[in-house]
Design a binder for this molecule. Structure first.
Ligand code: SAM
Length: 285
């Protein structure tokens, strides 16, 4: 079966990296690990040996069925009922994490060398399901990991950083060159860990409204927060008053503001009845 580039099929062939990804998950005895995009099963095999149960989600039906044959039986077709690997031929974006967590009776752990063409949608889907997730170790394109893990004021900090980090702390672990994969992608790849611990309650903001606000204030690149607020339909005087109440420089850009500062600003706007429900589409993660 030739790899399908439209499905982001760059298979990891570096055994040490595979071991490091699984080790980075920590103790998974008795735990269910959801693997996103098992592909040829390189990470799946290591997971099967180290964790309680693996639920692997593969959209490519051909790959899913050969993995099912490998893990549910063997080449001769004899079944091994004790297999701790279950392969689901599904699109991860349509997968019901809440139901899987309820069935497992625990918060899920997630692992995966993600298909790069849908990295942001997958990260957003995991964020949406943060309440039923415990932690994740994910491989993504290096530039995406840089954005996910960026600190306020740094070159890579933006909407993706705030959105992901509002759902829990992230840390980069290691980077691999294209030669670690077959076929080699055009980019370097970085593995990062994400511990799900949503911050909305702690910061006193409503999740959906705050995330929409984040999309609004990061909508126009290189523009000030005040300009972005105006573009979202918030009156200039209300925007200026809220910025000063929140202790934020009137010329500041969202790219220099921490999640705490943005939460303060949102609350000041809300107190003044000046939030906006306009979507400044399309959101640029
Ligand atoms: N885990 C394997 C490895 O490391 O060698 C494969 C990783 S490869 C980068 C990404 C995998 O995700 C491919 O097997 C691809 O078919 C699968 N995939 C692509 N889109 C998907 C989707 N929407 N849902 C689930 N799996 C998907």
């Amino acid at each position: 079966m030739p790899p399908k580039s439209r499905l982001g099929q760059n298979f990891l062939r570096d055994q040490q990296a595979i071991r490091r990804i699984v080790a980075a998950l920590g103790d998974c005895a008795g735990r269910t690990v959801v693997e996103i995009g098992p592909g040829l099963g390189a990470i799946t095999r290591e997971l099967a040996a180290k964790v309680g149960r693996v639920l692997a989600l593969e959209v490519d039906r051909e790959l899913a069925s050969s993995l099912s044959a490998e893990f549910a039986g063997n080449a001769e077709g004899r079944t091994t009922p004790e297999s701790n690997v279950q392969i689901e031929a599904v699109d991860v974006l349509a997968f019901d994490f809440a139901a899987a967590s309820a069935a497992a009776g625990q918060r899920l752990i997630v692992a995966g060398n993600l298909p790069y063409y849908i990295t942001s949608p997958i990260l957003l889907r995991l964020a949406e399901n943060a309440a039923v997730l415990d932690r994740a170790v994910l491989m993504v394109q290096r530039e995406v990991a840089d954005r996910v893990t960026a600190a306020p004021g740094s070159r890579d900090y933006g909407l993706l950083s705030v959105t992901v980090q509002m759902h829990g702390p992230v840390e980069p672990l290691f980077t691999l060159p294209p030669s670690a994969f077959s076929p080699p992608p055009k980019v370097h790849s970085t593995v990062f860990r994400w511990r799900f611990a949503p911050r909305f309650e702690e910061l006193g903001v409503n999740r959906e409204e705050f995330l929409r606000f984040a999309r609004q204030v990061f909508a126009l690149k290189r523009k000030t927060l005040a300009n972005n607020l105006r573009a979202a339909g918030i009156e200039s005087t209300a925007a200026v008053a809220a910025l000063s109440d929140a202790g934020i420089d009137l010329k500041a850009r969202a790219e220099s503001q921490s999640a705490e500062a943005l939460a303060r600003l949102w609350k000041c706007l809300q107190k003044a009845g000046a939030t906006s429900s306009d979507e400044v589409a399309p959101a640029n993660y």
